[in-house]
Ligand binder design. Structure first.
Ligand SMILES: O=C(O)CCC(=O)C(=O)O
Ligand SMILES: [Fe+2]
Length: 272
């Protein structure tokens, strides 16, 4: 099955940017697009710049939502957001294309998902996308490991917080204006390492609860384009969900003309 599912074409592509061979936003050797060209990422706020996220305008409003769960508004630069969108578009095309995940009881998720490193399907990780087309998922890139480490340093305001953190999977979710994600735990991982979440495009309401129940107490916050959210420690297995996306709130300068992109990096704790 390799036919793109309905909605894939709407993965926020600006008009006129569709189709293979269009120019990528930026690139450098080993970069997210693998194109090897010179680009804006080099030292000017791109994904490879270890200093890119220092002194961000909105990071002053960093907030602990629950113990170990931290929201850092505006952490990603616009250049980083564009690079991530470019990388995610590439992964969304395949080898296992982005799709609406089928649930065991016959339902279909409104969110579209593509994975790197390991493929997630309810409720297991595999190296091949067995519920899509059987293709092996792309490797988890080193630059994203580095980004994950920097995210932990920022969220926990601790220069050692990223030491030893080696995420090996990311779920890349695309939400159109109607998509929602019900309250759930990220619990297929056999590791208590934090989850690093990055949001691009339309703002959403993100509901962050507690590890015991999918109901109250929970806190609703807004995740906007460029925001970082980390949940680890006592909040690692807290229930969370996305009850609402606010269409039209994103800035097309992010590279997403519409919809919301969310990337969650995780440590699976799996071998092989
Ligand atoms: O889209 C989000 O902000 C959260 C995504 C999420 O919870 C998940 O992929 O498990
Ligand atoms: Fe989740």
């Amino acid at each position: 099955m390799s036919t793109p599912l309905p909605g894939f074409e709407d993965f926020g592509e600006p008009d006129g940017a569709k189709g293979p061979g269009r120019p990528v936003v930026s690139g450098e050797p080993g970069g997210p697009d693998g194109s090897g060209g010179a680009g804006e990422s080099g030292g000017s706020g791109g994904l490879h710049s270890p200093t890119a996220n220092r002194s961000r305008a909105r990071t002053g409003s960093r907030q602990e939502i629950a113990p170990g769960a931290v929201h850092v508004p505006g952490w990603l630069t616009m250049a980083q957001q564009r690079e991530l969108v470019t990388a995610c578009r590439g992964w969304a095309r395949g080898p296992a294309p982005i799709r609406h995940t089928k649930l065991p009881r016959g339902g279909v998720m409104s969110v579209q998902t593509v994975c790197i490193g390991w493929h997630w399907q309810p409720y297991a990780y595999t190296r091949t996308a067995d519920d899509v087309n059987g293709a092996r998922v792309p490797d988890f890139p080193d630059w994203m490991v580095e980004l994950g480490r920097r995210a932990l340093v920022e969220a926990y305001q601790d220069s050692a917080a990223g030491d030893g953190y080696t995420p090996d999977t990311a779920l890349i979710n695309f939400y159109d204006g109607q998509a929602k994600l019900g309250m759930h735990q990220d619990k297929e991982e056999r590791s208590g390492a934090p989850v690093v979440s990055l949001s691009i495009g339309d703002t959403c309401v993100f509901r962050f609860g507690n590890p015991e129940t999918r109901t109250k107490p929970y806190t609703d916050i807004e995740l906007a384009s460029g925001d970082l959210f980390v949940f680890g420690g006592p909040s690692r297995f807290a229930y969370h969900g996305v009850p609402k996306v606010r269409p039209g709130t994103g800035d097309p300068a992010s590279g997403l003309a519409g919809g919301r992109l969310n990337i969650t990096m995780r440590v699976t704790g799996l071998d092989g």
